[in-house]
Design a protein around this ligand. Structure first.
Ligand SMILES: NC(=O)c1ccc[n+]([C@@H]2O[C@H](COP(=O)([O-])OP(=O)(O)OC[C@H]3O[C@@H](n4cnc5c(N)ncnc54)[C@H](O)[C@@H]3O)[C@@H](O)[C@H]2O)c1
Length: 307
């Protein structure tokens, strides 16, 4: 085995350097890693460098790791060359399943046999992407959010043949480059966060179709309401906070519960596990501090230029 510890993975291959792949490259460079990229698209290197340069001032403000430099970016002519010496591969080619299956088979042929591969795919089952690999146990989904250099979440999803060790390695790797990783217990198309986003978007479009409000109102309703709390607390914690001093138990008693005892226990148990050590007033102070930080930090949309 030549697989390094996740924090020591030095050379990262970015296969596909569009908006997401180049964003990943910027993130890895900022964390002091070497990045090797391949992308057959026209002017792909120049386009990737534009994204990296655009991201860099923000990554600088976030804090660069010792030794971080854009000079550690290298563009090569083939997938084989990109993955040959890689300690980790992040694939971000277009979201076409046939293309990705072929690409993973190609990466599998040329990379070291224990190098972990992650796909940025927004939708596909990892079991499908690993189906033509000789070493499928190393394949995971590592699903980011745009812009991938800044938004912390990465969903790690394994396929039927993915090893637990690969899942853990990928999870730890993303944490080591400043991301917030989350592991799905089972694979499902589109994973978790996009499924939540899709529900919100579908409901928004329905409300507009029904003449209840405009799309502008939808953004106002989310950005200035639940979205502001979701930015740090998420919907289940917000539900708990919505119950005032009685927390989640009061919410359930007050609004009723349709999902049965098992689900109720899971939700209350999760809240107790995370916040049971805090008085409600302490949790409310944490919420208010974070709300204040967001409200004070927000920048207005640049005004239309005159003329
Ligand atoms: N855009 C988003 O908001 C978003 C968010 C999360 C995940 N993703 C996922 O990230 C992946 C990339 O999306 P994107 O938005 O960056 O698309 P994009 O079109 O900006 O970039 C795709 C890049 O892949 C290159 N490419 C084409 N064939 C290739 C090959 N055989 N090998 C290597 N590169 C190849 C293209 O030239 C292009 O530069 C997709 O799987 C997508 O679902 C996108």
């Amino acid at each position: 085995m030549t697989r390094p510890a996740p924090k020591d993975a030095k050379t990262i291959a970015c296969v596909g350097g569009g908006y997401i792949g180049a964003g990943w490259a910027a993130c890895f460079l900022a964390q002091g890693r070497d990045v090797v990229m391949s992308d057959p698209g026209p002017d792909a290197e120049a386009k990737a460098r534009v994204v990296i340069d655009q991201a860099w001032p923000y990554l600088k403000k976030l804090g660069l790791a010792p030794g971080a430099s854009r000079k550690r970016f290298r563009f090569v002519g083939s997938v084989a060359e990109a993955v040959a010496d890689a300690d980790f591969v992040q694939e971000s080619a277009p979201d076409r399943e046939d293309l990705k299956i072929k690409l993973f088979a190609e990466m599998d042929k040329h990379a070291r046999r224990d190098t972990i591969f992650a796909s940025s795919s927004s939708a596909f089952l990892p079991s499908r992407l690993q189906s033509k690999c000789k070493h499928p146990e190393r394949v995971v989904i590592g699903h980011p959010f745009a812009p991938s250099y800044l938004v912390p979440l990465v969903e790690v999803v394994g396929g039927k043949k993915t090893s637990k060790a690969a899942m853990k390695w990928a999870f730890d790797f993303y944490e080591s480059v400043g991301k917030k990783s989350m592991m799905l217990k089972n694979e499902i198309e589109s994973y978790v966060a996009n499924r939540i986003q899709h529900v919100v978007f579908e409901e928004a479009a329905t409300l507009v179709d029904q003449g209840i409000c405009t799309y502008e109102d939808i953004d106002t309703a989310v950005a200035y309401g639940p979205g502001m709390r979701w930015a740090f607390a998420g919907p289940t914690t917000c539900y708990h906070l919505g119950g005032g001093k009685g927390g989640i138990r009061h919410m359930i008693d007050h609004f009723g519960w349709k999902r049965g005892d098992k689900a109720r226990k899971a939700l209350v148990g999760s809240i107790d596990k995370r916040y049971g050590h805090l008085e409600m007033a302490e949790l409310e102070a944490w919420r208010d501090d974070n709300l204040l930080a967001i409200i004070k930090g927000l920048k207005p949309v640049p005004a239309r230029k005159k003329g």
